[in-house]
Write a new protein. Structure first.
Length: 386
């Protein structure tokens, strides 16, 4: 088990590496998952769909002849602009600002959280208000510091936002606020039409009921490589379990789903729902999502959703046999929500502290504990067999 897991992780996280949606590396990862599932005798469907790819050759920022650190935000269009900056720290200040042909310098409470893509189902009133103001005021570009959140280093990542956007360190923002000066910002990047694919694998249909295991197969867009090792680990164990991971005849089928584009709005989930049909969710006895399980420096965690009193009691009895694993509060930010929001009983496995690595270059193989992954594998097998 350990050798196989290490081989798969190395292939995805090192050989293929950073694999943003629609990129050649992303497509190579999907093909690899497809081939592994097929070799295990599972019935495999490749669910292709259109998406937006993005590439960036570089980003440059200068003020008064001084070069300043900067990086283009994911999916930003290109620009080459010299303009004055207009700061805004609140929605009120943004609403009052004249941004025509100027660079919007966003800071303060306005950037306390990343801006959700405008078509994302979890986008809130704040997100829509900021996006609406930016689109109506049409600044030459948007410049902001990294949000003070553990998972995201950029304020925007939205392929529908047609405004050049870039990130610069807090120290640079503070300098520009204290010493306003015209900026020269050049972003050499472009979006392009691309193709992504979910990989859905099933045991041969023998029942009207099924258990689904899900996770994302893409990776975050940044200049640095993001191996996404913790995010890969669960999928390779599910594949390694083969067509029957429990070693027993089950009264339902098993379905393994590697969702694509999970990092940039759940259009992979949308494609899965479109093909499966809303009525099919009534067939799902339990959905199990693994997102960040096996972090070497934190215990594994599990959250439950929509479980009946009887199922809750069974799950708690099984989990009690794994004292190192901890129950955690329900959280929505992953593929299990595609099922749980439709009333399907669901479990979401992760590990404490793993989200502090998500979307960062430090999410590498050395952050994965094979022993902790084995703990989750054993637990999931018990749950499915029960």
């Amino acid at each position: 088990m350990h050798t196989q897991l290490t081989r798969h992780l190395y292939k995805l996280s090192v050989e293929i590496g950073c694999r943003p949606v629609g990129s050649p590396a992303n497509q190579a990862a999907a093909a690899y998952v497809r081939d592994v599932f097929s070799a295990l005798g599972l019935v495999v469907e490749e669910q292709t769909y259109a998406c937006t790819g993005w590439q960036c050759a570089g980003a440059w920022l200068s003020a008064g002849g001084d070069a300043l650190p900067v990086e283009a935000n994911a999916f930003s269009p290109a620009c080459d602009v010299t303009a004055t900056v207009v700061p805004a720290a609140t929605l009120t200040e943004l609403a009052a600002a004249d941004l025509t042909d100027r660079i919007a310098l966003l800071h303060g409470e306005l950037v306390n959280e990343p801006l959700a893509p405008k078509s994302w189902f979890l986008a809130g009133e704040r997100d829509h208000a900021i996006i609406g103001l930016l689109e109506s005021k049409r600044p030459a570009a948007v410049l902001a510091p990294p949000p003070p959140t553990p998972q995201y280093e950029q304020f925007t990542a939205d392929w529908e936002l047609e405004i050049p956007a870039a990130t610069t360190p807090v120290a640079v923002i503070e300098r520009l606020l204290a010493q306003p000066a015209p900026l020269h910002l050049r972003l050499d990047c472009a979006k392009y039409p691309a193709i992504a694919a979910n990989i859905v694998a099933q045991t041969r249909r023998s029942s009207a009921r099924r258990a689904s295991a899900a996770h994302g197969a893409d990776g975050a867009l940044r200049h640095a490589s993001i191996p996404r090792a913790l995010d890969n680990a669960w999928r390779r164990r599910a594949a390694g379990a083969g067509g029957n991971p429990c070693g027993a005849v089950l009264p339902f089928d098993l379905e393994f789903i590697a969702f694509d584009s999970e990092e940039y709005m759940p259009i992979g989930d949308d494609e899965y729902v479109r093909r499966a049909g809303e009525a099919s969710f009534a067939e799902v006895a339990l959905a199990i999502n693994m997102d960040g399980a096996g972090y070497v420096h934190g215990p594994n965690t599990v959250a439950r959703f929509n479980t009946s009193p009887a199922l809750t009691a069974r799950l708690e009895a099984i989990v009690a046999r794994y004292p190192a694993l901890q129950w955690t509060e329900p959280w929505p930010q992953s593929n299990h929500s595609t099922f749980s929001f439709r009333g399907v009983p669901a479990l979401a496995f992760s590990s404490q502290g793993a989200f502090n690595l998500a979307h960062f270059p430090t999410d590498t193989m050395d952050k994965v504990s094979v022993e902790k992954l084995a703990e989750v594998v054993a637990l999931v097998r018990e749950i499915v067999a029960s």
